[in-house]
Design a protein around this ligand. Structure first.
Ligand code: ZN
Length: 283
């Protein structure tokens, strides 16, 4: 059954908030360290191997919600599994994320399906793969009789920093031709003006939050396409009113239309400006 984006997000958030098998084992057979320099995610995986299986494991991730949720799901999926089965799951997960393979779903791995939504944001794929690659590295080390392993996400021939599909909305890029200050295009003026619209919940402006998806201008008529931080946001009408009011103050604006949309869903990790991400204390 195809899940909706909302459901995907709920499953990811649920694992992020209540991580499974969190922490570290006292006397692990193998300790595997993982790092994803593309996002700053790190994790330590401790494994208790017995016979040909994973008797127990703990994982201590630090980093973005995707990497932490993925680590939680990974730990749940492979606990108690034989080593070949755990490796098969890891390879299947990688094939799904990197090659678009389909999930062979089973009840114990169905949460992992939620991470498929991450494929839409190529920069986040490494976040989702980190715990699995760290697991594979740890299992490979144990086969060689080693008790320590390290995995670092690298370029691997995939585009390291694919351009996000969404236009960068923060800090409108300077015109390469050197447009003098004070001669902003109407769109830049509108964007600047919209920075006065504050999302009262986060107390940050909607432009830097990445909530403004588009500004269209024709004959003094401005159309703003925007979203809200959540569909349940009770402040929708307030923000819509503010958008109209700040734009109407621009001399050349004759009319303002607002278009509230929910696709793509707002994601501060990919849409907000760097300053805002720091401000929010996440990612
Ligand atoms: Zn990450």
């Amino acid at each position: 059954m195809p899940l909706t984006d909302d459901l995907y997000r709920d499953i990811i958030l649920e694992h992020f908030k209540s991580p499974r098998n969190y922490g570290r084992l006292e006397k692990p057979s193998v300790t595997s360290h993982g790092a994803n320099p593309f996002c700053g995610d790190e994790l330590e995986l401790t494994l208790a191997l017995e016979g040909n299986g994973i008797r127990d494991l703990r994982v201590q991730p630090r980093g973005c919600s995707i990497s932490q949720a993925s680590a939680s799901m990974m730990s749940e999926a492979v606990k108690g599994k034989s080593l070949p089965e755990a490796e098969r799951l890891a390879r299947q997960f990688k094939a799904v994320m990197l090659e678009g393979a389909a999930w062979e779903s089973s009840p114990e791995t169905e949460d992992l399906e939620a991470l498929e939504g991450v494929k839409k944001y190529p920069v986040r794929i490494k976040c989702a793969l980190l715990s699995w690659n760290t697991l594979l590295e740890g299992l490979a080390a144990s086969r060689k009789g080693q008790s320590e392993a390290t995995h670092v996400e690298s370029g691997d021939g995939e585009p390291a920093e694919p351009a996000p599909e969404l236009p960068s909305l923060s800090g409108a890029p300077r015109d390469p031709a050197g447009q003098p200050a004070g001669e902003q295009s109407p769109e830049e003026q509108a964007r600047e003006a919209l920075k006065a619209v504050i999302d009262p919940e986060l107390n940050l402006n909607v432009v830097d939050l990445g909530l403004v998806y588009g500004i269209g201008i024709q004959d003094g008529q401005v159309t703003v396409t925007y979203t809200l931080t959540s569909p349940g946001c009770p402040l929708g009408p307030v923000i819509q009113g503010q958008i109209k009011s700040v734009l109407t103050r621009l001399g050349w604006v004759k009319a303002v239309q607002t278009q509230l949309v929910w696709t793509p869903p707002w994601d501060p990790r990919t849409m907000a400006s760097e300053e805002i991400k720091t401000e929010l204390g996440i990612w």
